[in-house]
Design a protein. Structure first.
Length: 359
């Protein structure tokens, strides 16, 4: 019965997607693949070859061919400080590389005033863990800790290539997480853009800090829906492996759209819980409104991370995609080579295509 339901869902979703563009199926498939390959290229690049500045410049070059349809804004350190993004700044301060807040505005809807889909991607171009230093084995893979930003930016580039009739805003806070004399120390308290204070007990739980400020900023666009994407926790890899990325959402409607898109592309998503049980763990903080790792750091890590992000969300349709488990490919996905996977770029594009058809 489940197989039959999924087959019907795939058929319906494909018919909707096909009505959105005159591009032949083969060309559409090529564009989807090129989008995922762009994300893979970014994720695989050595960290010294893809600093926050180089990342932003690379994306600007990729969208140049789309003319005024896509606008790129590369926000500087001064702008980030002006926006009072204290959580983002606390992560970036340990590195010699300046942070960049990257904005992509794709205007594809016939009505330019249409509320946009806002995509937010974690953009840690290298994650050493900061003062809470990671073990050295496999630390080189942390060049891909900007996988959320890579998939979000690649999705916007692909949406523009497909000429999807939808407005999309892509946001990518870009920085390195490094240890130095200026780096945030465990136990420090920082203030996010919305005024909430955060006790940083583990500097290696930095992704949620930069996303917190980006989510606050994303709300200023009055989004139709807001989706953040991040290689956030090893816990989601333990829970789901590489079979699917975990989805935490406050919206049944938004979950249905993401679920359908994942079935069509074969790059699946799986819903995870957002219980108040987890919220209580991150709000029980000795020195601040929130604690960045929660009361029990090893228990339900993916769930407490999502509960932390929820504290910076007021939109009725929000989803958090934890993609740490699908970051790389060994031999699980036969049509992908070994290395960084670029997942779930195609699912994000398919989701946007489906959303373009709906009121």
């Amino acid at each position: 019965m489940q197989v039959c339901v999924e087959q019907r869902t795939v058929t319906q979703a494909r018919k909707i997607s096909e009505r959105l563009t005159d591009i032949p199926r083969w060309e559409k498939g090529v564009l989807y693949a090129e989008g995922q390959n762009l994300a893979r290229l970014l994720m695989e690049a050595p960290a010294n070859h893809l600093t926050p500045t180089i990342f932003a410049n690379t994306i600007e070059e990729k969208v140049a061919s789309h003319g005024e349809t896509v606008t790129v804004k590369k926000r500087s350190l001064a702008w980030i400080e002006e926006q009072k993004m204290g959580a983002f700044l606390s992560v970036s301060r340990g590195s010699e590389e300046p942070p960049v807040f990257l904005e992509l505005h794709y205007r594809g809807a016939p009505d330019s005033s249409q509320a946009p889909l806002v995509l937010v991607g974690k953009g840690i171009t290298f994650d050493s863990g900061g003062i809470s230093l990671k073990p050295s084995p496999s630390m080189d893979a942390m060049r891909a800790d900007m996988g959320g930003a890579a998939t979000v930016c690649a999705s916007v580039v692909t949406a523009a290539a497909l000429k999807l009739p939808i407005n999309i805003i892509g946001l990518a806070p870009l920085c390195e997480n490094m240890p130095s004399g200026k780096a945030t120390k465990p136990g420090d308290v920082v203030t996010a853009k919305n005024g909430k204070t955060i006790q940083v007990d583990n500097t290696d739980a930095e992704g949620r800090l930069i996303l917190a400020d980006a989510l606050c900023y994303g709300h200023t666009f009055n989004p139709r829906a807001i989706v953040d994407v991040a290689t956030l926790t090893g816990a989601v890899d333990v829970a789901l492996g590489s079979a699917a990325c975990g989805v935490f959402t406050n919206s049944d409607w938004l979950w249905e759209q993401l679920h359908k898109a994942g079935i069509v592309t074969g790059d699946r998503v799986w819903r995870m819980p957002l219980f108040q049980h987890y919220t209580r763990q991150v709000t029980d903080s000795q020195l601040a409104d929130l604690n960045n790792i929660g009361k029990y750091s090893r228990s339900g890590g993916a769930c407490t991370a999502a509960a932390f992000l929820r504290e910076f969300v007021t939109a009725p349709h929000w989803a958090h995609l934890d993609i740490a488990g699908v970051m790389s490919n060994k031999d699980e996905v036969p049509y992908l080579r070994k290395g960084m996977s670029g997942r779930p770029t195609r699912t994000l594009v398919e989701f946007a295509a489906g959303l373009a058809h709906k009121d």
